[in-house]
Design a protein around this ligand. Sequence first.
Ligand code: NAP
Length: 254
Amino acid sequence: MVMTGPVLILGGTAEARELASLLVETGTDVVSSLAGAVPSPALPPGQVRLGGFGGPEGLAAYVRERGVPAVVDATHPFAARMTTNAARGAELTGVPLLRLQRPGWGGLPGAARWHWVDSVAEAVAVAERLGERSFVTTGVKTLPAYASWTDRYVLARMVTPPGWQVPPAWEILLARGPFDLNHETTLLRERRIDVLTTKDSGGSSAEAKLHAADDLGVAVVVVRRPPLPDGVAVVRSAGEAARWVQAQVRLGSG
Ligand code: NAP
């Protein structure tokens, strides 16, 4: 069957928006999907749909209904459920799937001195031993993992508010990046931060905090990325993903 619908980009990242721009520029029909959790998200060019699909079966139904010829999963490295659903949805429909995932921070100069862990719970346990004033950047959904830190100063930065009453000793900072080195250095200094927890999101717009922590000798705890599903091809840049899409669209129409 010839699939004549739009290429589906599972988005919510800068790379997903970049890919949508590249494809729209070359006249490829594209629909970007966003979870709809963030108010006023940055919108990519082309069509946009919002909200969950209803699991892998819902995604498969969407792919069939719209005649999607190829799917690029360009979601955040820690959006593990959507990535698992994308792999299962591709199995159910036979639609070609590519994973676009930006490189992590493991290659940065300071990475060897950071404390690498497998979960946020582990990050909490390790950070507790390393410092007393914490900068938490693991994301709003992870905040409950820090709930036992009732007597510690915590600076927690996120895009959307926590939606629950955090301990009075905590400071919530609602902000959306990018943040530069000067900004991050000032923040760490002013709040007298001695330990930073983060996850290996990768990307240049969020990495300045790591350079600032390295410069100031602040301890760093980094949560490793969840594993990718088996058998899914992976690229690291929007340009590579655009070339893959063009090849799939040519194959599908030939
Ligand atoms: P998640 O835990 O992997 O996914 C939870 C559910 O949200 C999925 O099962 C799916 O619902 C829906 N969903 C997620 N991404 C979607 C998308 N692009 N389009 C349609 N539905 C989507 O995801 P998450 O970590 O909450 O991330 C949600 C979104 O925020 C993603 O688009 C991701 O790229 C972006 N984001 C995440 C992070 C992070 O740290 N996790 C950071 C920055 C941006 P159904 O099962 O109903 O389809």
